[in-house]
Design a binder for this molecule. Structure first.
Ligand SMILES: *Cc1c(COP(=O)(O)O)cnc(C)c1O
Length: 383
């Protein structure tokens, strides 16, 4: 088994994808529009309980368009979770705007609503222009504290973009993530819970917003017999071939969520006995995570083995693990920007590890991962 690498999260086809791809070929819809794109958008809208969806070339493209549609321009500020992947932040800089990073709270690891409020209050008291938008990330599938965040955002009248790239299938108070903010984005990159190899989507209940997103995503062509442009456009639409993959994937999304949640439970059942290993729990019944990746926190003193050692030992047997996201305020490319910190994301980054969580791992694979982990921990504890 050690020659077949076990990834954190690898693509898991349903078997129905090729039927939709074949349709695209049969009808010669090999273009960034067509029946698969329309059907994929409708399925997503239905599943996420939003009225309108634009399928796009990437989650990053979706976030870029969201910021453009909210009028984010040079010199503006956008508040964003610091504990995230860089793609949550890059589009802010594409617009010439400035990210302001907000740290996490310990219950969900996502944006701390109190810190968000403190940041906004401080800036208002100084008489500064308030941020144009807030990007809240649902990391690893865990819903952020949306009621609290929306309450603060509404108080200051700032629109909220949900970065649900890792959270398709997660719910907050029974509502699908992506349906709560003013706009939301999804990703279908190869490592996400479902994939189109690469792709993303912008979600909104506002018909005009999605109409404008489609317009901008197809080079902003004005209504005219010739090619005429009065705005800068982008080439951000999803291919009809890839949307066929997405249709096949959406047929099994609930199975995929269940499989990922089962993997979390499996790890918990087998590793909770170690004092030095902690899991991220759903705070209460209002939070339903798709468990995109199972993550653990390692207390080296209690466990007797470091995170680095575990990662190294598993790598030797071709099992991929990875530290949690390195906070954006610590990234060389972003460290000149302002941040509101409480130490949480840095602490998580220091001791957290992502475990293989792909829905295509069978029982033998899961057991072998746990066995290797146990061997690594036990042998160190004997020393
Ligand atoms: C994957 C991801 C994105 C970007 O999505 P792409 O489709 O890869 O562009 C954005 N935010 C988060 C939190 C992600 O994990």
């Amino acid at each position: 088994m050690s020659n077949q690498r076990i990834y954190l999260s690898s693509p898991h086809m349903s078997g129905h994808e090729q039927k939709y791809i074949k349709e695209a070929f049969d009808q010669n819809w090999i273009a960034p529009l067509g029946p698969n794109v329309n059907a994929f958008e409708d399925t997503l809208a239905d599943y996420c309980a939003v009225k309108h969806v634009a399928a796009l070339s990437a989650g990053t493209a979706a976030l870029h368009l969201a910021l453009i549609l909210l009028g984010v321009k040079t010199g503006d500020e956008v508040m964003v979770s610091t504990f995230t992947f860089s793609a949550s932040v890059n589009p802010i800089v594409y617009q010439g705007a400035k990210p302001v990073f907000i740290d996490s709270e310990l219950d969900t690891w996502n944006m701390d609503p109190n810190l968000l409020e403190q940041a906004l209050k401080e800036r208002r008291e100084k008489g500064w222009v308030l941020p144009k938008a807030i990007i809240v990330v649902h990391l690893y599938g865990m819903p952020a504290k949306m009621d609290e965040i929306m309450a603060v955002a509404n108080q200051y009248e700032i629109p909220v973009i949900e970065d649900a790239a890792e959270a398709l299938g997660s719910k907050y108070k029974g509502k699908p993530l992506g349906s709560i903010g003013d706009m939301s984005i999804l990703s279908f990159n190869g490592n996400k819970i479902i994939t189109t190899s690469g792709g993303g989507a912008l979600l909104s209940n506002d018909k005009e917003v999605i109409k404008k997103a489609r317009f901008l995503a197809t080079q902003a062509r004005d209504q005219a017999p010739h090619y005429q442009h009065s705005e800068i456009g982008y080439n951000y639409r999803m291919s009809n071939v890839l949307a066929g993959v997405g249709r096949g994937q959406m047929e099994v999304i609930d199975d995929r969520v269940k499989a990922r949640r089962d993997i979390f439970e499996f790890y918990k059942a087998n590793l909770s006995k170690y004092d030095g290993i902690k899991f991220l729990e759903e705070p209460d019944g209002n939070y339903f995570s798709n468990r995109w990746l199972t993550t653990i926190l390692i207390d080296e003193d209690k466990l007797g083995v470091s995170r680095e050692k575990i990662q190294e030992e598993l790598e030797k047997v071709n099992i991929e693990t990875r530290p949690l996201w390195k906070p954006m305020h610590l990234q060389p490319v972003f460290d000149q920007y302002e941040s509101y910190l409480n130490g949480v994301s840095e602490k998580l980054f220091k001791c957290g590890l992502c475990l293989p969580s792909g829905s295509n791992m069978d029982n033998t694979i899961k057991m072998s991962i746990v066995a290797f982990l146990a061997r690594c921990i036990n042998s160190e504890q004997l020393v």
